[in-house]
Write a protein that binds this ligand. Structure first.
Ligand SMILES: Cc1cc2nc3c(=O)[nH]c(=O)nc-3n(C[C@H](O)[C@H](O)[C@H](O)COP(=O)(O)O)c2cc1C
Length: 368
């Protein structure tokens, strides 16, 4: 491979002016390694710094909760209160020393916030179908006041991230969490926050506009989307997702992050069209596209770039290959695909808590 023209290692400048050294991002990865109150845990710091040292041009935190009511995971990092500031500043500083661009993924779980973590019944765009008498965590429909407060919580969390020293944020609009629940066709609210796409997209658009207005023009802002139905991301439509991406770009987003889970799979609605190419055609050329989903080898990553993505985001391959971007510079290097033993994972700065969580995913942790 001629390094002078290797697409993977070309720097990239976003519309806001932030430049990343290469096209390889660490995908946001929930790891349960922070403290119960959302303050930064030492193991979360070590895990992320290890990947930053491995050469990732952009490093995202896990989905970090923007308010206590929006918390979704045990050991989740928070970006919600003053108590979180010190750890966030340590994290931003430590990542920047490794010459990466650090961002925070901003998250509210909506219907998927367990009351055991938040102390309250979850709310969402619409009420869940289950009977709350038998399903105490069945979501109720949020009030207008709660929606407006959630928008404000996202914007404040972005301001907090900026103050802590992060270069930007990614708004989590994917995977069936709060913003995705609003984008879904199942959101039939009739009060301007649901129904037609304009109403369903209002919450994510207000979040993006608010962040751009309050964090300034040089702050990196992205939105992660699930383009079509997959798992919890129910009620997503490809054409609508393209429109939402365009709107978010108009509202001030610098990038759209496509969460595909498997970049080789054709889309459901338009199996003959490449999903990445579809977004590329619809978006202005200075709006960057990140793509995630089963990208393992450097050649696969280059092929995703060739299809119109500006960066690749690695999840499982980055868990198992902390030095992926550095290793990918070696000809014929092949990534580890797992499963790996707990001690092999521990040697890459993955703590027992994260290893336990990773057991939910196939082929990462070798049992025994
Ligand atoms: C352990 C684990 C934790 C994840 N946590 C998050 C998260 O916090 N936020 C998010 O948007 N996606 C999350 N994802 C999805 C990844 O960011 C990524 O999109 C997905 O794993 C597909 O990429 P991959 O095939 O390279 O793993 C998670 C995935 C895994 C395996």
């Amino acid at each position: 491979m001629d390094r002078a023209v290797d697409s993977l290692f070309a720097p990239l400048t976003f519309r806001c002016g932030v430049t990343v050294e290469n096209r390889v991002a660490l995908a946001p990865l929930t790891n349960g390694q922070s403290n119960d109150d959302g303050t930064l845990g030492r193991d979360e710091l070590l895990w992320l710094c290890r990947r930053a040292r491995g050469g990732f041009g952009l490093v995202s935190t896990c989905a970090a909760f923007v308010s206590h009511e929006g918390k979704g995971f045990v050991g989740q990092l928070g970006v919600a209160t003053d108590a979180h500031d010190e750890g966030l500043a340590t994290l931003a500083r430590s990542l920047e020393i490794e010459v990466t661009v650090p961002i925070v993924q901003l998250y509210h779980g909506g219907a998927r916030c367990p009351s055991a973590l938040t102390g309250a019944r979850p709310w969402s765009a619409v009420a869940a179908q289950e009977d709350p008498a038998t399903h105490p965590d069945a979501a109720r429909a949020g009030t207008t006041h709660e929606i407006e407060r959630a928008v404000e919580d996202f914007v404040r969390a972005a301001e907090r991230s900026k103050r802590a020293g992060f270069a930007g944020v990614e708004v989590h609009g994917a995977h069936g969490y709060l913003l995705c629940q609003f984008l879904s066709r199942h959101n039939t609210r009739e009060d301007g926050w649901g129904g037609a796409l304009e109403g369903r997209a209002r919450i994510v658009r207000e979040v993006v506009r608010g962040i751009r207005a309050r964090c300034g023009g040089d702050f990196l802002v992205g939105v992660r989307l699930s383009p079509e139905d997959f798992g919890f991301a129910a009620g997503m439509d490809l054409d609508e997702s393209v429109t939402v991406a365009r709107w978010c770009a108009e509202d001030g987003a610098d990038f759209v992050h496509l969460s595909l889970w498997d970049h080789t799979k054709p889309g459901q609605k338009r199996p003959d069209e490449d999903v990445i190419a579809l977004f590329r055609r619809a978006l202005p050329s200075d709006i960057r596209i990140l793509t995630a989903g089963k990208i393992w080898t450097p050649d696969e990553a280059r092929s995703v770039l060739a299809r119109g993505s500006d960066m690749v985001a690695l999840g499982r391959s980055a868990i198992l290959n902390p030095d992926w971007p550095m290793d990918a510079r070696t000809d014929n290097w092949a990534p580890q695909r797992g499963p790996m033993s707990a001690s092999e994972l521990a040697a890459t700065d993955i703590s027992p808590r994260f290893i336990e969580y990773l057991k939910r995913f196939k082929n990462i942790v070798r049992e025994g």
